[in-house]
Design a protein around this ligand. Structure first.
Ligand code: AMP
Length: 287
């Protein structure tokens, strides 16, 4: 039985739950506040704070975990990143008040006070760019710090940037880009059975993520326009072309296409005389 630490609340919790469910690892918990749940045969979920997941995994309390890359870096623990889960995208940024006149790292004088929930990553960052700063650790709401005089700038997570804007702050540098990651301890593969189960988990999660931005298109198209149709729907390895019984001038084509451009694809197929166009979601895509 492999234990997977999942965020119990916050931005990453719902998407992690949805991803595991889509991958066939349905979370069966005894109740909404249960701290553990079955994930089907081989896996068990532990629900903990996203901040604590790097520690849990590094210490062996969980075999793998889902948490933000920012939190993995801040933990300072040696961990193996098994895959980027691509949701929970954000960046850790340096921000200053609009009226400070600070526009770039070069404007920060020696001894600048930096309020942050990420003291380790922040210290590493300023050391790497050769700026001497004083870190002011806070446990939340760093945005207020420059306005009440306890810091000159902040280092905080930014997603859309609206929180910074409403608090009169402007981004002046990016410290790191983050998204949710599946992590394991560095020695997780030493045990063969555990390594295989983790490989299978990674493959299942990746196949769901890969399928999300694709669609399966089916259409009946005029046989004499197949060359043009192939240009519209190249598919993964070229479209599948199927003869229709008594189809005469028409053949059926099936292909995996990008979801982002599906409207264009449909319009192009129609322009080529396609009929009976069907578009479906894909549950998993293994390449
Ligand atoms: P936004 O206003 O969209 O830039 O979001 C910024 C606020 O949301 C900050 O308070 C961040 O701490 C938090 N935030 C944004 N993205 C994430 C994330 N992926 N994980 C955790 N917190 C986040």
């Amino acid at each position: 039985m492999l234990r997977i630490a999942l965020p119990n609340k916050g931005r990453l919790a719902d998407e992690a739950r949805e991803l595991f469910t889509d991958a066939g690892l349905e979370i069966r918990a005894a109740g909404p506040r249960a701290l553990t749940a079955s994930l089907g045969g081989e896996f068990q979920a532990l629900f903990v704070r996203a901040q604590d997941i790097p520690e849990f995994v590094a210490d062996g309390a969980a075999d793998a975990g889902v948490t933000g890359a920012d939190l993995v870096r801040e933990s300072g623990r040696a961990l193996r990143e098994l895959t980027d889960l691509t949701f929970g995208r954000c960046r850790l940024a340096v921000a200053a008040t609009e009226e400070s006149g600070l526009l770039a790292l070069e404007d920060l004088r020696s001894g600048t006070r930096v309020a942050t929930v990420f003291p380790r990553v922040t210290a590493e960052f300023f050391a790497s760019v050769g700026r001497q700063v004083e870190i002011v650790p806070v446990s939340g709401a760093a945005e207020i710090a420059p306005h009440i005089g306890i810091a000159d700038v902040i280092v905080d997570l930014v997603s859309t940037g609206s929180t910074l804007r409403v608090n009169g702050l402007r981004e002046i540098a990016t410290v790191l880009e983050s998204s949710a990651r599946l992590i394991a301890a560095p020695d997780a593969r030493e045990d063969v059975a555990r390594g295989r189960a983790l490989d299978e988990l990674v493959a299942a999660l990746r196949s769901v993520l890969a399928a999300r931005d694709k669609r399966y298109v089916m259409a009946n198209v005029p046989r004499d326009r197949l060359d043009e149709v192939k240009r519209v729907i190249p598919g993964l390895n070229g479209p599948t072309i199927i003869d229709i019984m008594n189809g005469g001038k028409f053949v059926a084509v099936h292909a995996v296409v990008s979801a982002a451009t599906i409207y264009r694809t449909i319009a192009d197929l129609k322009a080529l005389g396609a009929e009976g166009i069907l578009v479906t979601r894909i549950e998993r895509l293994m390449s």
